[in-house]
Design a protein around this ligand. Sequence first.
Ligand code: UDX
Length: 429
Amino acid sequence: MKLTIIGTGYVGLVTGACFAEVGHQVVCVDNDAAKVKVLQAGGIPIYEPGLEELVKKNVAAGRLSFTSSTAEGVAKSDVIFIAVPTPPQPDGSVDMSFIEKVAREIASAMTAYKIVVDKSTVPVKTGDQVAETIKRYNKAKVEFDVVSNPEFLREGFAVEDLMKPDRVVIGVRSQRPVAAMKEIYEPFNAPIIVTDINSAELIKHASNSFLALKISYINAVSVLCEAAGANVQEVAAGMGMDARIGRRFLNASLGFGGSCFPKDLSAFVKIAEQVGYDFRLLKEVQSINVEQMNRFVKKITEILWVLKDKNIGVLGLAFKQNTDDVRQSPAIELCQRLQKEGARLRVHDPKAMEKARTVLSGVTYVDDMNAVADGCDALVIATEWDEFKQLDLERARRALSHPIMFDGRNLFDAAEMEKAGWIYKSIGR
Ligand code: UDX
């Protein structure tokens, strides 16, 4: 099928590449002309495993192209996906100006029936607003349908999540676009659920908020584990064996971050407020997340006492492993809090150093993870990168003034670390 994706961020670019991979003819549109040039020249603006190969292969096969003209994108396809940012506003509500602008642009360019699909994460009832906007700004008065098709990809696993989705949600206002939407997703062999448009929009916020709740839940349990002398990983393993609960998203940590969970939680609380419901449960999820970071900083100061002029090595800057994304990264927040206390930092991340430089200054960026500990008073693990498990612990132990590690991601075995002479403080153990 001929498909256009407007917005080439994480969601738009990966969606475009995966649609092309299964044989659709895809045009990706972005109003950032410089970004389009990079993409046309074979460059990829983000790090995402497998994405570069996919884009190159499908561009070469003539199934994937890039343009900065929305009109061109709209003219070339029957189905137009909107994948533009919906950033948070200071009060937690969602800034809908990009969606509204794209809806107007699509409306101005439309001369025949189109299916306009929203893929961005949006508040419930956005579909109605988009439909109203298109109706108002389409001079040709052509017929169209608006569909909600939320995206559930995780950064770092975006290609995998898109190629093998757990489910595809299609929210519609009428039956007319259903067959085309099913045809688009048929090659992915995933269960498809067709709902009304408001329900589809709610599924996205409700899912992300639930996952964040799961993390805050285990983080709260981790506090109990510490107080009671239990091990949160064993508790999570035991809980997770119940199929109704599941082991995933039960990793206690220094808190969740990223461009989705914090934003989607605030938005969902706000959406609830707007329809007259005080979603206190989610407010608590947010507070637990804040407290989790506070508690971790306290753990560090309790042992190092005065942080002023202490040298601390920090492993991890990305908000989680397998990505170079540092937006709302707990690791960056932690660095900034340690800096505020006067600590000097040596930092490393396998992929996120370049992006971190734009938000974190006054630290020493170290290329070799094993050299981070050199001349430091303590080592901190802030992101759950698998490669950190291969850290040369013996070398680190010798390089530190005293072998102290604060592990915000529970990467190492606590008993073994202590046996090896470390003062090892992790989460919930
Ligand atoms: C999330 C959703 O998983 C995805 O479905 C949605 O489309 C976008 O938001 P993402 O933000 O890419 O994806 O990251 P995710 O893997 O969900 O992790 C979010 C944060 O939670 C990270 O900071 C991660 O380190 C943290 N986390 C995750 C935990 O602290 N513990 C866990 O058990 C899982």
